[in-house]
Design a protein around this ligand. Sequence first.
Ligand code: HMH
Length: 221
Amino acid sequence: DCKIPVTEAWIRKHRLLYDGATRHPFIRSIRDGSVDFSYFKRWLGQDYIFVRSFVPFVASTLVKSSKESGDGLDMEVILGGMASLNDEINWFKNEASKFHVSLTSVVPQKANIKYCRFLENLTSSEVEYPVAISVFWAIEVVYQESFAHCLEEGNLIPEELQGTCERWGNEGFGTYCKTLREIADRCLQKASPEVISKAEVAFLSVLEYEVDFWNMSIGEA
Ligand code: HMH
């Protein structure tokens, strides 16, 4: 049915993989309080590296949005996203010092290197805006859904990890992800079948990289 937004169709079609990325055992362990803090610390160090390479990707998406004909609101939303990444980098530094993780000595692991390389390839001006904005949305929504799940009724989140869950699980971040999704759907609706299909492949890659990233955090990759 052409009335279902494209992202909705993708999630329905790839439900198992989507749930694999947003309901990973590592996330479930944070929710139920059984999380191993050494895994959390590994995740923290690796994610700091990831976020640093996420910034140039978001910047390249911002450039693409600025070239779109439209009301210019997309660019403002992405600019807001960049501003929150600035806060996020500072949050990582602060959190790392609380958990005694030295960010300067973190060695990027294979799953992280691969994910960062994927993002770097997407910064090319050859990559169409609908592809880039779909990837941007997918990356953010995986964390939003994961940590919002942690915060749902009945959770036993360790006090030390409450702030982490709120960082991505809070309502404001949820609204931001919804806005990104609306932008993506609007772009995809106007895109050619070839571009839509490239964007779907990229969306699936994000889900796979996210699962690998969680696996790496629990030492299984
Ligand atoms: C691996 N995916 C990963 N790290 C993040 N910080 C996000 C998504 C969301 O910002």
